[in-house]
Design a protein around this ligand. Structure first.
Ligand code: PLP
Length: 326
C-alpha cells in the first residue's frame, strides 16, 4: 500500500519504539514473547494513537482551506484533546462537542483541552447531529469548519495506522522477529482498520486482534471492515472487507465504555509494576486485560511473538484516581 501520494502533515514522533516486555512475560504463565509498540510516545500534547490519524485528517482540512476543526467525544476523549493540539500547531481553531458534563474538578483530558484553548461545548444530541449543528453555526458566521467524526475513524484517518503497520513490518524485518499477533484496543474502529488494510495489501501472516472497549463483536467487526474498505479506497485500491475478515473480542468491555473493570485495574497495576509503563482505564487497560485473558485461555503458542499497541490515553487515568485508592 503506497501512502506517498496522500497529503500528510507531521505531528507524531515516528517511528514509535518497540520494546520487549520480558518482566511482564515472566509474571504470566504460558506467556508468548510480548512486545509493546509505544504509540503513547507519539508526542502531541501527551501522545496517543490519534496523532497518527490527525496527520492525514489535518492535511485534508488544510487542503480544503478549513479554519476550524470540529470534533466530538466523551468528556475524557483523547481524540478531542489531540485534535485541539493539532489545530494549534497549524493555526486553526477547534470546537469540541462533549456528550457529558464539564469535569469538576477540571482533570485529565478536559484540563488539557482548556489549556489548549479549545471552544468546549456540551450536548445531549448524538455526535453526528451535534457536529452538524456546530458546522452549520460556523458556516453561518462565514467560517470554514472541517468536521472530524468521533475518534477520527474515517478511511483517511485509518491510513495513520496503515503507516503504523508498515513500521511494524519493518521492525520485524530488522529484528528478525516474525509478528504473529497484534493486540490493540478497538473503539471507533479506525486504528484496527488501518492495521488490517496493510495485513491484506501486503498479504501478511500477522493476525490483528481488536479488543473492544465499547461495542459488541458483530457491530465492531462490521464497523472495522467498513472503515478498512474506505481506507484502501483512499489509496486507489479496491477491496470489500467483510466482518468475517476481522477478529475482535468483547469479553473485556465490562459494564460499558469508559466504565472500569477489576481486570482492567489489575492489568494497569501489573504493567506499571513489572515494566514501569502506564496504561489507561478506558482503552489500553482493557486491551491488556484482554491480552492476559487470551494468554490464560491458551490462545497463543509459547514461541509466538505478540505485539501490544499502547495507544495512549495517559491523561484520562488522572480522572479515575478514585478507583485506585484502597
Ligand atoms: C481512540 C483510542 C483508542 C481506539 O482507537 P479507535 O481507532 O477509536 O478504535 C485506543 N486507545 C486510546 C488511548 C484511544 O484514545
Amino acid at each position: 500500500m503506497w501512502l506517498g501520494n496522500v497529503p500528510r502533515v507531521r505531528l507524531a514522533h515516528l517511528p514509535t519504539p518497540v520494546e520487549e516486555l520480558t518482566r511482564l512475560r515472566q509474571e504470566v504463565e504460558r506467556s508468548p514473547r510480548l512486545f509493546i509498540k509505544r504509540d503513547d510516545a507519539t508526542g502531541l500534547a501527551v501522545g496517543g494513537n490519534k496523532a497518527r490519524k490527525l496527520e492525514f485528517l489535518v492535511a485534508d482540512a488544510l487542503r480544503q482551506g478549513a479554519c476550524t476543526l470540529v470534533t466530538a467525544g466523551g468528556p475524557q476523549s483523547n481524540h478531542a484533546r489531540m485534535t485541539a493540539a493539532a489545530a494549534n500547531r497549524f493555526g486553526l481553531n477547534t470546537v469540541l462537542v462533549f456528550d457529558g458534563e464539564a469535569g469538576v474538578p477540571l482533570q485529565g483530558n478536559q484540563l488539557l483541552d482548556r489549556l489548549l484553548g479549545a471552544d468546549m461545548r456540551f450536548s445531549s444530541l448524538p455526535a453526528p447531529e451535534a457536529l452538524e449543528e456546530v458546522a452549520r453555526e460556523l458556516r453561518g458566521q462565514g467560517r470554514h469548519p472541517y468536521v472530524i467524526p468521533v475518534g477520527g475513524s474515517t478511511g483517511l484517518g485509518a491510513l495513520g495506522y496503515a503507516l503504523a503497520m508498515q513500521e511494524l513490518v519493518e521492525w520485524g524485518r530488522d529484528h528478525e522477529t516474525p509478528i504473529d499477533h497484534v493486540v490493540v484496543a478497538s473503539g471507533s474502529g479506525g486504528t484496527q482498520a488501518g492495521l488490517e488494510a496493510v495485513v491484506w495489501s501486503q498479504n501478511l501472516p500477522s493476525k490483528i486482534i481488536g479488543m473492544s472497549v465499547s461495542r459488541a463483536e458483530a457491530a465492531l467487526a462490521e464497523l472495522v471492515s467498513a472503515i478498512a474498505t474506505e481506507a484502501v479506497r483512499c489509496v486507489g485500491l479496491k477491496r470489500e472487507f467483510s466482518p468475517a475478515d476481522i477478529t475482535v473480542r468483547d469479553q473485556y468491555v465490562g459494564p460499558g465504555y469508559a466504565q472500569v473493570t477489576p481486570e482492567c485495574l489489575d492489568a494497569i497495576e501489573l504493567v506499571a509494576q513489572t515494566e514501569g509503563i502506564i496504561l489507561d482505564p478506558v482503552y489500553t487497560g482493557k486491551a491488556m486485560a484482554g491480552l492476559l485473558g487470551l494468554i490464560g485461555e491458551g490462545f497463543f503458542e509459547k514461541e509466538d511473538n505478540v505485539i501490544f499497541i499502547h495507544t495512549g490515553g495517559t491523561p484520562g487515568l488522572f480522572a479515575y484516581a478514585d478507583h485506585f485508592t484502597g
